[in-house]
Design a protein. Structure first.
Length: 391
C-alpha cells in the first residue's frame, strides 16, 4: 500500500506541493460550470491545512498550446477562497521569483494556487529540469490527481521521483475501490462494457475475462463480436481488423467457463428513414444504434443475480434520444441492484449524471482513462513512484 498523508509527520511549516486535478469546465466568463472535481479534493486540502502545512497547489486545465487566459486557474482560486477556512492566494506563474516570493510569504495553514502547469510545454514532456525547479520550492510532494496518474508528466511522475511523497485521500479512495474490484469482488461478478471501439477495450476485456463471471457487451463494439460469431450485422459499424481479436476473447471466455453475452435484438435505422425500428436480425441496410427490449431483459437477468457490478461505456448512441433507452434502462437496473455497483470512464459517469443516478452507485471513479488503465495494468506510472507505506 502506498504511503498516505496520514503517515506524514511534522507537517507544520512544511511546504507541501499538492498535485490535484482541477480540470473543470469553465464558461467564457470564467464561471465554473461543474465544481465536482474541486469538491473531491477539499478533504485532502483541509487535512493539510489543519496540520499547519503551507499548501502549494499544482493542477492542469485543458490542453492549452502555451498561455491561454481561458484556461487560467484564477477562477478556481476565487472558489477555493470561499470554501476553505484559510487565506487562498494565486500565482500567475509556476516558476520564477514571483512564485518563490509568494511561497516565502505563505503562512502556516494557508494555500497558494499556481497557474496552469500545462502552459509550460515541459509539463507533458516530463522535462526533469522543469520538475527539479518546481521540486526545489517544496519539502514534500503529495499526489492526489488520480485522473492524470496514467501519464508521465513533470508534476505527477517527475515530482514523485524527486521528492519525499505520499498520496492524498482521493487517490487513496480510488486505489482502495479499484483494488477491491480486482482482488475481492463479490460473486457473481458482472461487468458491463460498451462504447464504440474494440481496440480501446482489448486489455480490459482480457483482464475481466479472467476476473469476472459474466461480461455483458453492448454499444457499437458489440457488432464486431457478433460478426466474429458469424451473425448478421447489416451495415452496423464493425472493426474488421479486430474480428480475430474478438474471436480469441470469446474462445478464452469459453475455455475459462465465463459468460460473454451479446445483444439479441437491436434498435436501428433503415436507410434514410428517421424513425427507429426494433429488430432481432440486422440485414441489408439496417444499422444498429441501441440494444432492444429483449436484450434489456436478457442483461437484466444477469444483473439481478450479481453480487458485484462494474460498468464502463454506453450501450447505444445515447447522445440521440431515440437511441438512449437501452443505456438508460440498464443504468436504472444497475442503480436499483442490491449488488455492490461501481462505474468508471468519462462517458459513463456523464451518462449516470445525465440520468441523475449517481447517488445510487456505491462508487463512481473520477479517473476516466486512468481508471481503465489501472484496471488493465494494476498500476499507473505516477503511482509507482510513490513511496510504500511503512508498517
Amino acid at each position: 500500500m502506498k504511503r498516505t498523508i496520514r503517515e506524514l509527520v511534522n507537517l507544520k511549516g512544511k511546504v507541501v506541493l499538492l498535485r490535484v486535478d482541477f480540470n473543470v469546465p469553465l464558461d467564457e466568463g470564467g464561471k465554473i460550470l461543474d465544481a465536482t472535481r474541486i469538491k473531491n479534493e477539499l478533504p485532502t486540502i483541509r487535512y493539510l491545512i489543519s496540520k499547519g502545512a503551507k499548501v502549494v497547489i499544482l493542477s492542469h486545465l485543458g490542453r492549452p498550446d502555451g498561455y491561454d487566459v481561458r484556461k487560467s486557474l484564477w477562477p478556481i482560486s476565487i472558489y477555493l477562497s470561499r470554501v476553505l477556512p484559510c487565506s487562498v492566494s494565486f500565482s500567475s506563474t509556476v516558476l520564477g521569483e514571483e512564485t518563490r516570493e509568494r511561497i516565502k510569504m505563505l503562512k502556516d495553514g494557508n494555500v497558494l494556487l499556481l497557474e496552469n502547469v500545462r502552459f509550460y510545454k515541459q509539463e507533458e514532456e516530463c522535462d526533469m529540469k522543469f520538475a527539479r525547479e518546481i521540486a526545489s520550492m517544496g519539502d514534500i510532494f503529495v499526489n492526489d490527481a488520480f485522473g492524470t496518474a496514467h501519464r508521465k508528466h513533470a508534476t505527477t511522475y517527475g515530482l514523485g521521483r524527486l521528492m519525499p511523497n505520499a498520496i492524498g485521500f482521493l487517490m487513496e479512495k480510488e486505489l482502495n475501490n479499484l483494488n477491491k474490484i480486482l482482488e475481492e469482488p463479490k460473486r457473481p461478478f458482472v461487468v458491463v462494457l460498451g462504447g464504440a471501439k474494440v481496440e480501446t477495450k482489448i486489455k480490459i476485456l482480457e483482464r475481466f475475462v479472467e476476473k469476472a463471471d459474466t461480461i455483458l457487451i453492448g454499444g457499437a463494439m458489440a457488432y464486431t463480436f457478433l460478426k466474429a460469431l458469424g451473425r448478421d450485422v447489416g451495415l452496423s459499424k464493425v472493426q474488421d481488423d479486430y474480428l480475430e481479436v474478438a474471436q480469441n476473447i470469446l474462445e478464452k471466455a469459453k475455455e475459462l467457463g465465463k459468460k460473454i453475452l451479446l445483444p439479441i435484438d437491436h434498435v436501428c435505422l433503415k436507410g434514410r428513414d428517421p424513425h427507429p425500428v426494433e429488430v432481432t436480425t440486422l440485414k441489408g441496410d439496417l444499422v444498429g444504434y441501441d440494444i432492444g427490449s429483449r436484450t434489456i431483459r436478457y442483461f437484466a437477468r444477469e444483473l439481478d443475480k450479481a453480487g458485484e457490478i462494474f460498468w464502463n461505456g454506453p450501450l447505444g448512441m445515447y447522445e440521440n434520444a431515440n437511441f438512449r433507452i437501452g443505456t438508460r434502462s440498464i443504468a436504472e437496473i444497475i442503480a436499483e441492484s442490491k449488488a455492490h455497483k461501481s462505474a468508471g470512464g468519462g462517458d459513463t459517469i456523464a451518462m449516470i449524471n445525465l440520468f441523475n443516478l449517481g447517488k445510487k452507485f456505491d462508487y463512481l471513479s473520477t479517473g476516466g482513462g486512468a481508471t481503465l488503465e489501472y484496471l488493465e495494468e494494476g498500476s499507473l506510472p505516477a503511482i509507482e513512484v510513490i513511496q510504500e507505506k511503512i508498517y
